[in-house]
Design a protein around this ligand. Structure first.
Ligand code: ARG
Length: 411
């Protein structure tokens, strides 16, 4: 379906993410890819031949979902030393497939938090040009990190001189890296503030970058109009990054109560990927994940879920971010059930994937709501996700910018 002309959707049940309620029998009017009106039947023109009418009267309709942490150009079957066989060009093509899967799963906007060689920027451009289907992408380009840190590549010995594209040490070097990312199309800055699970030889508890370097990254990124996402598992790195003014803390696995309070005071959003641990521990070895990484995951997985529960109780803003790419794209929706199991209501989990992310992405009012002025990113399911959140694992209708896309099951 084209995104020109007028489209009217009849929504049987509509989830109002801002109000946290539902409305029944609503009519959504869409022109040129944007929502122009939402109201009861009486308020809108009766469907006639000039209008493209979409009948979702038996469905629950909600705004397109968003994911604050994906790696579209990463393949979940390629971990550890297998990554060395993959070229940057191959990663870009992987991204084409994953963008399609992500959109078909109802995720109409994503932040891509790290990609080799600006493959995420290229993918975003191809999607915007209409060459390939995919979600709206906010790309980070290369993740910035210290020499030998989580955002470096540490698999080979010295004589190979392998260095990841985002490595920089020192306040001016990290500023230059931020500027370079911006120059080549990044719209958000991602840096690594602690070690990680999947990187060789790093410790999840250890801070990476000094406070001075983190301050420089955040100051430079904000000056250039970009938000900052920090990868951080351990308490010290999390707290230093929040004090430096980052906009979101990714993973936040071992965040302390004091860290949660710091986030509350600073207006920092936490993006906690509480599903991925199950994939790593069940499928990870097969996918090439190193034994040392599996050992780290055993320490961090459950602890992160417990800290998520504490974060929910505190009222701190919680983004919906999954780290898809570590596990298969298109199954992003699996995380909803985990968020609900660990303390959110279904409505809160949906709000994380809509209005909380919208604010974090600086797209408040444009995504995450079905309201006049928003992009016509609209999805639907045939069950009631407020009763059974796992409905969001299987989306039955996907529209982005007013255009209807095929579902995963239809390909
Ligand atoms: N990319 C992250 C890392 O390597 C994945 C962490 C996954 N584990 C978790 N419990 N969230 O550190």
């Amino acid at each position: 379906l084209a995104n020109s002309g007028t489209t009217v959707i009849h929504a049987g049940t509509l989830i109002d993410t801002k109000a946290g309620t539902t409305l029944s029998d609503q009519y959504i009017t869409i022109e040129n890819g944007v929502i122009t009106a939402v109201g009861a039947a009486a308020d809108t023109p009766k469907p006639d031949v000039d209008i493209n009418f979409i009948d979702l009267s038996e469905m629950t309709v909600l705004p397109g979902l968003s994911d604050s942490h994906v790696h579209l150009t990463s393949d979940a079957a390629v971990h550890g030393y297998r990554q060395l066989e993959r070229s940057t060009s191959r990663a870009a093509i992987t991204g084409v497939m994953n963008a399609k899967r992500t959109l078909a799963a109802g995720f109409t906007t994503v932040r891509n938090l790290g990609a080799p060689g600006f493959t995420d920027v290229a993918l975003k451009e191809a999607i915007e040009d209409g060459d390939v289907p995919g979600p709206r992408i906010i790309p980070a380009g290369r993740s910035i990190g210290i020499t030998g840190g989580h955002c470096d590549s540490n698999l080979l010995p010295f004589e190979y001189q392998q260095v990841a594209g985002g490595v920089a040490d020192g306040p001016w070097a990290v500023r230059a890296k931020v500027r370079e990312n911006k120059k080549y199309g990044a719209q958000v800055i991602k840096f690594c503030g602690t070690g990680g699970v999947l990187s060789k030889g790093t410790s999840i508890g250890a801070q990476q970058f000094t406070a001075e370097e983190m301050n420089a990254i955040v100051d430079e990124a904000h000056a250039l109009g970009m938000k900052v996402a920090v990868h951080a598992h351990g308490e010290k790195g999390i707290n230093t990054a929040i004090k430096a003014g980052v906009d979101s803390v990714e993973h936040s696995s071992l965040i302390s109560d004091a860290g949660i309070n710091l986030a509350l005071q600073n207006g920092t959003t936490l993006s906690m990927d509480v599903y991925v641990s199950d994939y790593i521990l069940t499928e990870g070895a097969e996918a090439g994940i190193l034994e040392e990484s599996l050992a780290k995951e055993r320490q961090v997985g459950r602890a992160q879920r417990e800290r998520f529960q504490a974060a929910v109780k505190s009222g701190v803003p919680l983004a919906f971010g999954t780290d898809a790419g570590v596990y298969p794209h298109g199954t992003n929706g699996n995380q909803f059930a985990f968020m609900v199991k660990w303390g959110q209501t279904p409505m809160q989990a949906i709000q994380s994937a809509t209005i909380v992310n919208a604010k974090l992405f600086d797209l408040d009012g444009k995504i995450g709501v079905i309201a006049p002025g928003a992009f016509a990113d609209i999805i639907a399911v045939d069950g009631d996700p407020l009763q059974d959140i796992s409905e969001l694992e299987d989306i039955d209708f996907v529209m982005k910018n007013g255009k209807v896309y095929p579902l995963a099951s239809q390909e």
